[in-house]
Structure formats: C-alpha cells, structure tokens
Design a protein around this ligand. Structure first.
Ligand code: GDP
Ligand code: MG
Length: 370
C-alpha cells in the first residue's frame, strides 16, 4: 500500500480533486482522479496543501492528516510583513535604513546591524513590524514567480520632488497583483522642490486614491534623510495591519519562506528565512526548497543567537546543508528520513524541470526594488 489514488488523497484532505491534480501538475506529475500516485509524491502534495503528514512506519507509509487547518482559537496576532517599493533613487534604501533606527534596541551595545534580507523593528509601544530588506529583492521576484504571498503591506516610496515615475507605476501593478494594500510614503519632503500635492494628484490617475482625496490609501509625508514622520509611517502600517487582522498559529511546526541564501566563508551555508506559521527552534529538522538540515543555530538581524522564531520573524538559520533558492518554501518535518526524502524528490524534480526559465520581468522588478 505505497500508493494512493488522487481521489482518495483529495478525500482525506477534504480538498477538491481538481486542486489536487493542479498541485500534481505543478510538481510535474500528470494524473487523473482514478490514478494512483506513490506515497512520496502524495506526501508532498499534502504538504503543499499546508497539512501535516504522519508516517506510521518507514516501510508502511500511510498518509494521515494531523492538524488539517489551524483552528481559529489557535490563531494569534502576528506582526505585519512590509516590502518597500518605488522608483530608483526615490529613497527605498534610505527609508529602510532610517526605519531600522526606530527599533528600541537600535542603540544597544553589541547589537551590530546585520543585513540578512529582512529585519524586524520593535517599537516603544511593543508593536513589531517586519521589513523585507533584500538588495535587489531576488526573494520578492522569486516569490512572486512562485505565487508565494509574503508581503502583507507595500510601502510605496515616491520622491516629493520627482513625482510618479515608471517604476512607481510598475510597483503599483505589483502591489495590486500581490493583492497587498499600499501605503504611500511621500519622501524627500526636506527638499526645496518638494510638491506632495502633485504626487497625490499623479497617483490618482494610477488608481491610488489617498485619504485626503476621498480614498482609503494612507499617505505620509516623510524624509528618510532627516528621519521625519517615521513614527507616523509606522502608525499607518500598524493601522493597516489591524484592518487586515493578521494572524498565525505560533504553536505548531514552523513553515515559511526563504528570503535569502548564501555561502558564508566561516559558517558555511546560511539561509535567512521568514517564519510564517508556527515556531522555529534550534534542533528542528528543516527542509528548505531542495535542501535540508538540522537547525544548529538561529540568529536575529543583529547577529544575536535566539532560541526560537515565531510568526513574521526573520532569522538566519545555520545547519541547512546547502543554499536554498530565494523564494523557496521551508517546512519543519518530523525526522531526518522524511527530510531526506523530500529533498531528494525535489532535487529530482528540479533536474527534470531545469529548462523552466526565469520570469521575463525579473530585470525591471529587480531594479525597482534595489
Ligand atoms: P533607492 O534607489 O530608492 O534605494 O534610493 P536611495 O535610498 O539610494 O536614495 C537615493 C538618493 O536620494 C540618495 O542620494 C539619498 O541620500 C537621497 N535621499 C533619500 N531619501 C532622502 C530624503 O528624504 N531627502 C533627501 N534630501 N535625499 C534623500
Ligand atoms: Mg536602493
């Protein structure tokens, strides 16, 4: 009994048969409802559906579903995950750097800022915000290409002295495609030529209607250089997060997405991951894309060792044997055999699909987010 029919698999997950077939197709497996698929493949499908898999015994594979869905009462508020977008030179990097200094621990000794692709600020109020801070934003591009939703809110940076430009418009399109609400940061307000009224007017013709013009998009006038109104921008993000009612179950095996992966000279492969569900802990066995390993250490964005990382927290993970691709999903599994199996399966699939090209939009999107 090392196989299961598509129909039976769909039944056990309480999923639509069509959705299961679609998931299989994405993995390169063509099957009809009455056809059987092998247990390894079935387990991957089960995971793709966000379910946990129970392996009864190594030789006797049976797919059982543990927590099919997180129960409402297990869901707790989580911090928003924010991506900053906008036209080149409008101040994305400057704004991300400035926002970072608003962290309550920013002045602490020993807290050396690390660029790990994402960081989290803890405000004086105790509220937290996660910012995706990947130069070139390969992760965002890759994740969008994979259809993974990582960003809750897009901060659209528009320079007050330059106005809406081609990459501003592109950013609006990406935010819309990702179904992420936009908050406009009208930057460079310190400049003599600043004209925020024109920015609002221009945005109007691109479907962004700010509050002062009768819409529901928040806009904040800031200066990344002078660090003015950063608190207002953060309040706007938190208000938006409240409206979105962002929640996750922290009390389950962790799942999330790889933001960045690199080979560190001293430490070997290092992955920055964003935890989306559950809590990641030292000692967990993780599969990230086609790579796997046991978590040897977790480090936060100030290079401090942490014991665990909950929903919306970015962490560096040591212990994964290779460098997973940005945008890959990661998941904690029960044992090493299981991790090895998934990794081998995925590596096989990657080889089979080596021809699959990158998205054509990559160049421009990378530029826009750099
Ligand atoms: P990015 O390409 O969007 O990441 O833009 P950068 O953050 O690299 O900023 C481009 C240029 O604008 C740099 O020279 C910054 O110093 C400058 N800049 C960014 N924010 C401000 C601001 O609020 N005021 C002024 N006057 N200059 C700014
Ligand atoms: Mg930049």
């Amino acid at each position: 009994p090392e196989t299961i029919t598509v129909q039976e698999l769909a039944n056990r997950m309480a999923a639509r048969q069509g959705e299961v077939i679609k998931a299989l197709m994405k993995m390169g497996v063509m099957a009809t409802v009455t056809q059987s698929i092998d247990a390894d493949t079935a387990e991957l499908v089960v995971e793709e559906f966000g379910h946990r898999v129970r392996r009864v015994a190594d030789s006797d594979v049976e797919i059982g579903i543990e927590g099919v869905e997180d129960k409402d009462e297990d869901l707790l508020s989580r911090p928003p995950v924010v991506t900053v977008m906008g036209h080149v030179d409008h101040g994305k990097t400057s704004l991300l750097d400035a926002l970072r200094t608003t962290d309550t621990a920013a002045g602490e000794a020993g807290g050396i800022t690390q660029h790990i692709g994402a960081y989290q600020v803890k405000l004086a109020s105790g509220a937290k915000i996660t910012f995706i801070d990947t130069p070139g934003h390969e992760a965002f591009t890759a994740m969008r290409a994979r259809g993974a939703a990582v960003t809750d809110v897009v901060v659209l940076v528009v320079a007050a002295d330059d106005g809406v430009m081609p990459q501003t418009i592109e950013a609006i399109k990406h935010a819309n495609a990702a179904d992420a609400p936009v908050i406009v940061a009208i930057n460079k307000m310190d400049k003599p030529g600043a004209n925020p009224a024109r920015v609002r007017q221009d945005l109007l013709s691109h479907g962004i209607v700010v509050e002062s013009m009768g819409g529901d998009v928040q806009d904040i006038e800031v200066s990344a250089l002078k660090k003015t109104n950063l608190d207002k921008l953060e309040e706007a993000i938190l208000l938006q997060a409240e409206i979105l009612d962002l929640k996750a179950n922290p009390d389950r095996a962790a799942e999330g997405v790889v933001i960045e992966g690199r080979l560190d000279r001293g430490r070997g492969p290092v992955s920055t991951v964003l935890v989306q569900k559950g809590t990641l802990r030292k000692g967990d066995i993780v599969v990230a894309g086609a790579e796997w390993g046991r978590v040897r250490a977790l480090l936060d964005d100030r290079n401090r060792t942490v014991a665990e990382a909950g929903p919306s927290m970015p962490v560096e993970v040591l212990g994964i044997a290779g460098v997973p691709e940005a945008g890959s999903p990661f998941v904690v599994v029960e044992n090493e055999n299981r991790a090895r199996e998934i990794s081998e399966f995925r590596q096989r699939k990657i080889k089979e699909h080596a021809v699959a090209g990158q998205t054509a939009a990559r160049g421009t999107l990378d530029q826009m987010l750099a």
